[in-house]
Design a protein around this ligand. Structure first.
Ligand code: GLA
Length: 654
């Protein structure tokens, strides 16, 4: 199978979404001049070009794209060619309303925006396959082509009639017999027993709370339908270019797709990352997505999109201060990216995203944004030969599973304040701040490569996943689990005792009497730290050690239990306490931080033989790095220490 290396060939891909159809032809020549000036070696063409390529049903307008493919190739710029299927032309909705998705409350999502396609529509799929086939036939042999980009940020839902029929087919396949479905969905509750497959609907808006297992299956179905759309187009392009990799870009920690499954269907895993420049945890948000994408890719991955400056979809859209674009781009490289790309090349003058930055902003060539992009392009070219293909070794895995997230995110839960991504983020943050390199893994993955496995929260677990965790612990692994883990099975059926009995035994929990979720701003005192968000009334069985709650209703009961190398944390410790806890657990398991005594603002990552140091602060800092090193960015030598300026980065070779 081809991989990212087939497209990079030792370079770091640098460029972005290029939407030349928004510009007159003379601008294309100006674009190419500026691209070369900035060291751009790759652009993604055609993401939103469907109405230009197929202005009326069955018509083909390829001339403009021929010109661009040739122009880019003549100037040494490779093309990641997109299938345009995420934004069908207006004629499709007009002539074929069956291609339009319907929301849970019956509203049609009309054309005039984007992503207005029904994943289940046979008509949509037929048109999508046809344009994909013709693109692949025409450009499969073009020398500019380096990779295929299918659709864009698959993220739609459909509750309409054709989707309902597809949902029933999917359910029949899964359950076989209606009784099995009735049992799995617990339809004895609220008189929901089905006597016919035809009675089953997507979880459309009801009077009151929805059946949670129906919702859970619908999320699985939606992920699978979108994956079918992806795979259909992927298979078409593969027939023409079996030697070229195929990708589709994920949204960061997006709930709509089981990205573990999706990643296994891609040649290259790519993602779009847009932390808020004002967010004090922006760098950690980025690191989390980077770690997750690298883990899905099991090697180098592609940063398909980021913003060179502000986005336009937050309430207040802040620009990136000088140096931040470079810092966050190099952070992605440090954490395994072999491609650093943007949405988009040239900032639009019209349309819904005209106030979203581009590599060339409205200020043009003289603008700070382009000048910084240009500097970054030169630096990436400089370090690429030593960086690309380099691996990152992590001794810690954080477990993450979309199905557990979907099951936990239902209405009717104990606390709507407990949001899965926040809990996942809090635990990753603790590891990130402790400078402990971390992979993500699925709970059924092989965990034996890891010395420590951290489960921030996996509310629903299969028996197989529990077997896997127990085997890992039995074989000497250190396992740290947060609250609301192992509560339900894969049908969202609560396990006897409110938490899986074998897990309770593992941690030394005898009885889990009640959950005590906390209000906003409320904390719970524990011996040595404060807990937030959640607490539990646990009667201990035979733990080796406990840290008790202090005061209040839970006084003296265990907040943290340890039995052997298995830890259970029944609250969310405040950030510093969680960091200290995990740093101690890691140290006990023999896992060291990347560097000792790092200043708080500095992130350190080892990739291959290189050490990346990233200063996320605005003040210069001195970092102790024993030994002699050369900074590949500057060519300067350093012995035992070096100073990083504001948002400064060093890429050290020893
Ligand atoms: C996503 C999309 C792009 C663009 C950007 C804006 O990542 O893929 O087309 O809309 O968001 O941030």
């Amino acid at each position: 199978m081809p991989n990212l290396h087939d497209a990079t060939r030792g370079r770091i891909l640098f460029g972005g979404d290029y939407n030349p159809e928004q510009w007159p032809e003379e601008t294309w020549h100006e674009d190419v001049r500026l691209m070369k000036d900035a060291g751009v070696n790759s652009v993604t063409l055609g993401v939103f070009s469907w109405s230009k390529l197929e202005p009326e049903p069955g018509a083909r307008e390829f001339g403009w794209l021929d010109t661009l493919m040739d122009l880019l190739h003549d100037n040494g710029i490779g093309v990641v060619l997109a299938t345009p299927t995420s934004s069908p032309p207006p004629w499709m909705g007009r002539l074929h309303p069956d291609t339009l998705p319907v929301t849970e409350d019956g509203r049609t999502e009309w054309w005039g925006g984007r992503q207005h396609f029904s994943h289940s529509s046979a008509t949509y799929r037929r048109y999508a396959a046809a344009i994909t086939e013709d693109l692949a036939a025409r450009y499969g042999g073009h020398p500019a082509l380096t990779m295929w980009h299918i659709n864009n940020e698959y993220c739609s839902f459909d509750f309409g009639d054709e989707a309902a029929a597809a949902f029933r087919r999917w359910l029949r396949e899964k359950y076989g017999a209606l009784d099995t479905l009735n049992t799995a969905w617990g339809t004895a509750f609220w008189s929901q027993g089905y006597d016919s497959w035809d009675g089953i609907l997507p979880p459309r808006t009801p009077h009151y709370l929805k059946n949670p297992t129906q919702v859970l299956d619908f999320r699985r179905f939606t992920s699978d339908m979108l994956l079918e759309c992806f795979a259909a187009e992927r298979d078409i392009v593969r027939r023409y270019t079996p030697h070229l990799p195929v990708t589709t870009n994920f949204m960061p920690l997006w709930s709509g797709q089981d990205a573990w499954r999706w990643a296994a269907e891609e040649d290259v895993v790519s993602v779009d990352i847009y932390p808020d420049p004002r967010d004090p945890l922006g760098a950690q948000n980025g690191a989390l997505v980077q770690d997750m994408t690298r883990s899905q890719a099991r090697g180098p991955w592609m940063l398909m999109e980021q913003a060179a400056g502000p986005v336009n979809w937050r309430g207040v859209n802040h620009p990136k201060p000088r140096g931040l674009n470079r810092l966050w781009s190099l952070q992605a490289v440090a954490r395994g990216a072999d491609a650093v790309c943007y949405f988009q090349w040239r900032q639009s003058r019209q349309g819904a995203e005209k106030f979203h930055s581009g590599m060339v902003s409205h200020a043009g060539e003289e603008g700070r944004t382009f000048q910084e992009v240009k500097q970054l392009g030169a630096e990436l070219a400089r370090i690429a030969p030593r960086v690309t293909g380099g691996r990152i070794t992590a001794n810690i895995a954080v477990l993450h599973d979309w199905h557990a997230w979907w099951a936990a995110a239902q209405d009717g839960r104990p606390s709507t304040r407990v949001e899965y991504p926040d809990v996942l983020g809090a635990w990753h943050r603790a590891l990130w701040e402790a400078n402990l390199t971390t992979d993500f893994a699925h709970p059924e993955h092989d965990l034996t490569p890891y010395s420590v496995v951290v489960v921030p929260q996996l509310y629903a677990l299969t028996d197989r996943a529990i077997d896997n965790l127990l085997a890992y612990a039995r074989d000497g692994g250190t396992l740290v689990c947060g609250f609301l883990t192992g509560v339900a099975d894969e049908d969202d059926r609560v396990r006897p005792g409110g938490m899986d009995a074998r897990l309770r035994e593992l941690f030394g929990i005898r009885t889990l009497h009640e959950w005590w979720p906390l209000d906003a701003g409320e904390t719970v005192e524990c011996d040595g730290f404060r807990g937030t968000l959640w607490s539990e009334e646990i009667e201990a069985g035979r733990p080796d050690r406990t840290v008790p709650y202090k005061g209040g209703e839970l006084d003296g009961l265990p907040a943290v239990l340890r039995r052997g190398r298995a830890w259970y944390v029944s609250t969310l410790p405040e950030p510093e306490a969680l960091r200290e806890l995990l740093a101690r657990v890691a140290a006990d398991a023999g896992v060291r931080p990347v560097l000792d005594a790092l200043p708080a603002e500095v992130e350190a990552v080892r990739r291959g033989e290189l050490l990346f140091l990233l200063n996320h602060g605005r003040e210069p800092v001195t970092v102790e790095v024993p030994g002699s090193h050369t900074d590949l960015l500057t060519g300067e030598g350093h012995t035992d220490r070096l100073t990083l300026g504001r948002y400064g980065v060093a890429v050290l070779a020893s």
